[in-house]
Every structure is written in structure tokens, then in C-alpha cells.
Design a protein. Structure first.
Length: 204
């Protein structure tokens, strides 16, 4: 059974950057629904015992087109939201980068020239994603950091890359519209105040 990530903070824990109503709706409704539907669909498809990463990488092995589409959408929604909520916290922001692992900090410097450039490039990827989707920071098999964007609930796993996401920036409107309305750029700027670089570096 696929389990929804348990928040380490209250719904109001990310104020003033992400409001309580948004977290409650985003986590308690949207993420919960993806998790529930994934479990139901995985049972029907006979893949409920597969790790979510392997399931998303091997979607082409699901022969039923309808089930495959459901697994891609809801499995992706489950995986992406677990990563999103796992790596944001009240202890996030630039200050948390100082406590990130040396290996991760060196990789950021090597691949982007610094944290500010990473945030600038990933913000651009998030802004450039037309409609609903995500921007990702991922690690390649050889330990390089790369930025990408995906539509809907896709991610580097379901898209067939060998890269592993370690930051997921949600740009579906449900992630920000209650507080920021149509101002996606303001939400993206606020996101960097709650991203927990210590947790990200652990994933790296």
C-alpha cells in the first residue's frame, strides 16, 4: 500500500509564505486523493507491491491503456506531492543551505555556480511550464544536478530518464491560487523561503 507522506508541521506551519488554507486543501484533499486513487488502481493492475519509483519507470509494462494512464497520472501525483511536502518546512530557506551536506553544496557550486543561480534557473523553468505541471531539480546517475520541467503529474521517472528528482516545485494552480491568485511568480519566490536544503541534501 502506498502511504501519503506525513507532514512534520501543522497546516499553518508555513505561514507567511504558504497559507494554512492552501496546505490544508493541497495536502488534505489533492494529495490524499492521488494516494487513494493510486492504491485502488494499482490493485486493479496487479502492481500494488511495486515501489513507486519502479512503477513509474516501468509504466510501459502495464498493458491496459486505461490503467496505465491512471497510474501515470495518480502515481505521478502521489510521488511528486510526497517529494514536495517532504522537502518544505518552517526551517527552510537560504539559511538551511548552510547546514546542507558539503557534498550537495559542492555540487550546487559546480553545476550552477551557486545557490542563487540554481534558484534563478529553476524559477525560470517553473514560470515557463505552460499550464499545470512541475519544475524539478534532479540528480543524474553520475551525481550531476539538472533542472527540468514536466507537464501534468509527469516527472523524470515517468518520462524515462535515469534522473532522480530531489526537489519538486508544484506549479498547479491549486498549489498557490488561494493566496497568490494568478501571480505564479510571487508563489515561486515564496517557495524558496520554505525549501529545506538539509532534507534535499539528504536525498542527494
Amino acid at each position: 500500500m502506498y502511504e501519503q507522506y506525513k507532514l512534520s508541521y501543522d497546516y499553518n506551519g508555513l505561514e507567511l509564505h504558504i497559507d494554512e488554507a492552501t496546505v490544508e486543501t493541497h495536502y488534505g484533499k489533492h494529495h490524499a486523493a492521488y494516494t487513494k486513487t493510486l492504491n485502488e488502481t494499482a490493485e486493479k493492475a496487479g502492481v500494488a507491491d511495486m515501489p513507486i519509483e519502479e512503477l513509474l519507470k516501468g509504466l510501459d509494462k502495464v498493458t491496459d491503456e486505461g490503467l496505465r494512464k491512471m497510474l501515470r497520472n495518480h502515481g505521478g501525483g502521489y510521488y511528486n506531492h510526497n517529494l514536495y511536502f517532504k522537502t518544505i518546512s518552517p526551517e527552510g530557506g537560504d539559511a538551511s543551505f548552510e547546514n546542507a551536506s558539503d557534498v550537495f553544496k559542492k555540487a550546487v557550486e559546480r553545476d550552477f555556480g551557486g545557490l542563487d543561480v540554481l534558484k534563478e534557473k529553476m524559477s525560470a523553468a517553473a514560470m515557463g511550464q505552460f499550464g499545470s505541471g512541475w519544475a524539478f531539480l534532479s540528480a543524474t546517475p553520475d551525481g550531476k544536478l539538472v533542472i527540468s520541467a514536466s507537464p501534468n503529474q509527469d516527472n523524470p521517472l515517468s518520462e524515462g530518464t535515469a534522473n532522480t528528482p530531489i526537489v519538486a516545485l508544484d506549479v498547479w494552480e491549486h498549489a498557490y491560487y488561494l493566496k497568490y491568485r494568478n501571480l505564479r511568480a510571487d508563489y515561486i519566490k515564496a517557495f524558496w523561503n520554505v525549501i529545506d536544503w538539509v532534507k534535499v541534501s539528504e536525498l542527494f
